[in-house]
Design a protein around this ligand. Structure first.
Ligand code: SF4
Length: 168
């Protein structure tokens, strides 16, 4: 019975989370123009409850990696992700953030998932705003199901803690 109540509470919390995503835009390159376009009135990301970018990682739970990530930027990106509130999610915005894009050279990272766990990848150079909204809807489904990377990790940590306490 307790399990049923806690799983219903978790469902309700996830419903709230998916409609109140606070993004941290880690913008490094030209995809930033498309990010602005998605936030502008024509495409209006506010309809999905994700309209407020936060420029402090501690107030954010959605990391939007927008543009090319170089090897030198990798540690900074990781640090931003570590400072974000839990549970948190990551979108790789555009082909550069997803795979390095056409920058097959020594300085570009072949995808932001080399340093942070990415939940949704958006293809395109740059992606159309419709693709970004589609990715956001995919992420919302994932948040509701509770199978984002950070949600799974938190659940695993909770189980391990409970097992450790039971052993004592
Ligand atoms: S995917 Fe294209 S538009 Fe986006 S940062 Fe890379 S080169 Fe620029």
């Amino acid at each position: 019975m307790l399990e049923l109540i806690t799983s219903k509470l978790e469902d309700a919390a996830n419903w709230g989370r998916k409609f109140s995503l606070f993004s941290y835009p880690f913008v490094t390159a030209c995809c930033g123009m498309e990010f602005m376009s998605v936030a502008a009135p024509k495409y209006d990301i506010a309809r999905f409850g994700a309209e407020f970018p936060r420029f402090s990682p501690r107030q954010s739970d959605l990391l939007m990696i927008v543009g090319t990530i170089t090897e030198k930027q990798g540690p900074a990106l990781r640090r931003v992700w570590e400072q974000m509130a839990e549970p948190k999610w990551v979108i790789a915005f555009g082909v550069c953030a997803s795979t390095g894009g056409f920058y097959q050279n020594y300085h570009a990272m072949p995808g932001a998932d080399q340093v942070v766990p990415v939940d949704v990848y958006i293809p395109g150079c740059p992606p159309r705003p419709e693709q970004v909204l589609d990715a956001l809807i995919m992420l919302q489904d994932r948040v509701q199901r509770g199978d984002g990377h950070s949600q799974i990790r938190l659940k695993r940590e909770k189980i391990m803690l409970a097992a450790a306490n039971a052993e004592e």
